[in-house]
Write a protein that binds this ligand. Structure first.
Ligand code: NIG
Ligand code: FE
Length: 385
């Protein structure tokens, strides 16, 4: 099946060879979808010569690459709205509430977890997201972590083993034993179901992992053949960024508190800095220094971090609006980071762009230009096609 999408007022390709600037914008454009791939991109006038089974006239609307949400925790049960309310009254976020979601998730059936996961995937797709990474991390024992990854695999190939989310309460006095479990039998059980491994590296939280523990997790995961990601520098300027760069992680996520050395390390390495400003919104925290990173030449991605604790939003358009309004990113930088940036954070070149051979993952905006994503915050402008 092929479909010509035509009368696109503004087409954002993220391919500088197709149009000016990093967004590679083509005006009055058309594109050909051939099966699940992009077969051709050009102007609407040129498109008249393209043979296609179907034609979809989008009447001057804007088409952008589907959003790549490279950081979520969508396999869970229950919610923690009460913690959100407490934070809005001044309580800090420490990660302590994760244990509540672990208890609820362990008690849930596979069907319940899958139904909740599918509900959230439908929710994010309806807002323009076409690629989603999903982490485990609310099981925290061998069987439960493997179960959560098997369930995540039902909706995405971008699955991440996060046995090192927090030290579960039953191991609080035996942290070494938990790290041994995460780097041994749990890793062995989970690796077949995961593409990536992640660790919540945060010495400022008594629940998360310090630099040495995190290095052990990353080393073992790499030896097991998994790609690496890190939750780093969320609550303090800890060792997360440095470790991520040293281990060649694809991405270090949060980056809320950064030293100059962290920014230099990111600028000199291959690790993407993934910013999650809906977390700062939902925890009433200062926003990450996006401008410092961009001005230093760091590759920046934007993602939701959708989870029941620190941020229960699945909306990439909301994240883009926050990045523009609160972190000083231009609308173009924010859109690039939410599409091409996310693709780089997942080391993918078939998503996050619209060009020949890319996946036909598109978002249609009920708007004439990508500026409307941040210009009309809270308005349901984007839909995946
Ligand atoms: O990315 N920081 C660690 N983990 C998640 C929050 C998980 C939760 O609070 O349930 C995060 O913010
Ligand atoms: Fe997270």
């Amino acid at each position: 099946m092929s479909m010509l999408v035509t009368n696109i007022g503004e087409l954002v390709t993220n391919d500088p060879e197709l149009g000016p600037g990093p967004l590679g914008i083509v005006r009055d454009a058309a594109l050909l979808v051939d099966g699940d791939r992009i077969g051709w991109v050009g102007t609407a006038a040129e498109g008249r010569d393209q043979a296609a089974d179907d034609v979809y006239d989008v009447e001057g609307r804007c088409v952008v690459p589907g959003f790549v949400d490279s950081h979520t925790h969508l396999v869970f049960a229950g919610d923690r709205a009460d913690e959100f309310a407490a934070r809005m009254s001044g309580e800090p976020y420490t990660g302590g509430g994760i244990a509540r979601t672990v208890a609820a998730t362990r008690a849930a059936t596979d069907d319940e977890l899958l139904a909740n996961l599918r509900r959230l995937v439908t929710e994010l797709r309806s807002q323009g997201t076409t690629t989603v990474e999903v982490k485990s991390g609310y099981g925290l024992d061998v069987e439960q972590e493997a179960r959560l990854l098997r369930i995540a695999r039902r909706v995405t190939g971008e699955t991440t083993y996060l046995g090192a989310h927090v030290v579960p309460p039953e191991y609080a006095q035996r942290r070494d034993e938990y790290v041994a479990l995460v780097t041994g039998p749990m890793l062995e059980a989970c690796a077949p179901h995961a593409r990536w491994a992640d660790v919540f590296c945060e010495p400022a939280s008594p629940h998360a992992f310090d630099g040495d523990e995190s290095a052990a997790v990353l080393g073992a995961a790499a030896a097991a053949g998994l790609g690496l990601r890190v939750h780093g520098n969320q609550l303090s300027a800890g060792p997360g960024v440095r470790l991520a760069v040293e281990h060649g992680a694809a991405s270090v996520d949060h980056c809320t508190h950064l030293s100059d050395a962290d920014v230099d390390a990111l600028a000199g390495g291959t690790t993407v800095a993934t910013l999650l400003p809906a977390v700062e919104f939902s925890t009433r925290s200062p926003y990450p220094p996006a401008r410092r990173l961009l001005d230093a030449g760091v590759t920046v991605a934007l993602a939701t971090d959708c989870n029941p604790g620190s941020c229960y939003s699945s909306s990439m358009p909301f994240v883009i609006a926050l990045a523009v309004r609160e972190m000083g990113m231009t609308p173009g930088e924010a859109l690039w980071a939410a599409t091409a940036g996310g693709a780089r954070a997942l080391r993918r070149d078939d998503v996050g762009r619209i060009g020949h051979g890319a996946r036909a993952d598109l978002a249609l905006l009920d708007a004439p230009s990508h500026l409307h994503l941040a210009y009309r915050p809270g308005v349901p402008t984007a839909h995946s096609l």
